[in-house]
Design a protein around this ligand. Sequence first.
Ligand SMILES: Nc1ncnc2c1ncn2[C@@H]1O[C@H](COP(=O)(O)OP(=O)(O)OP(=O)(O)O)[C@@H](O)[C@H]1O
Ligand SMILES: [Mg+2]
Length: 318
Amino acid sequence: MILGLETSCDETAAAVITEDGEILANVVSSQADLHAKYGGVVPEVASRRHLELVMPVLREALDEAGVGLDRFERIAVTQGPGLIGALLVGLSAAKALAWARRLPLAPVNHLHGHVASLFLQPDPVDPPFLCLLASGGHTLLLDVQDHGGFAVLGTTLDDAAGEAFDKGARLLGLGYPGGAEIDRLASEGDPEAYEFPIARVSGLDFSFSGLKTALLYTVRELDAGELERRKADLAASYQRAIVTALVARVEQTGADRIAVVGGVAANSELRAALPDAALAPLDLCTDNAAMISSAGRYVEAIPFARYLAVDAYASTAA
Ligand SMILES: Nc1ncnc2c1ncn2[C@@H]1O[C@H](COP(=O)(O)OP(=O)(O)OP(=O)(O)O)[C@@H](O)[C@H]1O
Ligand SMILES: [Mg+2]
């Protein structure tokens, strides 16, 4: 069995999976409420909360799986990218657990973790496939040839798709995180009410910052009453623009096996727009430790004691 920990952003998560990818426990404690009043994640607040939550969340996962620490072959943990203070809490906890049990430690790239959400039971998807990873911090087109990694074909030049949802939600006065709020409100609105721009970027890259600015200007033109009346139409049109941009890029690749992962993969319009794609299960789209444990099966684990000096990294940029 594999124990996994994830603390890269504002979810404190622990999971237990088997070598075949069966999930025995998947506990996620979201700090979203804590950060809502700031309209985004405050890194120092997140780190401190991870410190308080990491052991209780771990204990809950062990209880739920009904196993003790003696049952594990390895400990998987998110090494990066993410908030450095937040990452260090999970990494330190994982090192301590692995060291105490003389286990190997599997350091996982969080993005590999999102891809590996597809490799879990009951319906595992095996590579090769083209993968759209759309989350709060990333929008990537990935060529996934095997379970162990990926090659980047395209990325966002500015905001991530999830970030565009979150910033749009903020402009519309909706809660944080905004993706799910826009998704819900959009179902009551007309997606053709407003025409928002879809960035023309060469190759397979993305750009969402112009879209956010277009929404800002549109909202500015409306008085409070009008904004309230048109909110659902604005949400629906804005969501339509993001989804159209994502789907266009995926289709442009001409790939016949397509997968979608990350928080934005939970979006109902995106899911409906790609009926033939393999979609990450809804509960595994946003951050969780089951996906980190899953990726941990395919990375080279560092043997006992050699990992004590391993560091976290905030970004994957070389
Ligand atoms: N139904 C939805 N529709 C659109 N966006 C959504 C939906 N549900 C969640 N999101 C978005 O998903 C994002 C969170 O996803 P995730 O947890 O994968 O990102 P992250 O871990 O913060 O970023 P990264 O994985 O890039 O480090 C948020 O931006 C949120 O608004
Ligand atoms: Mg994530």
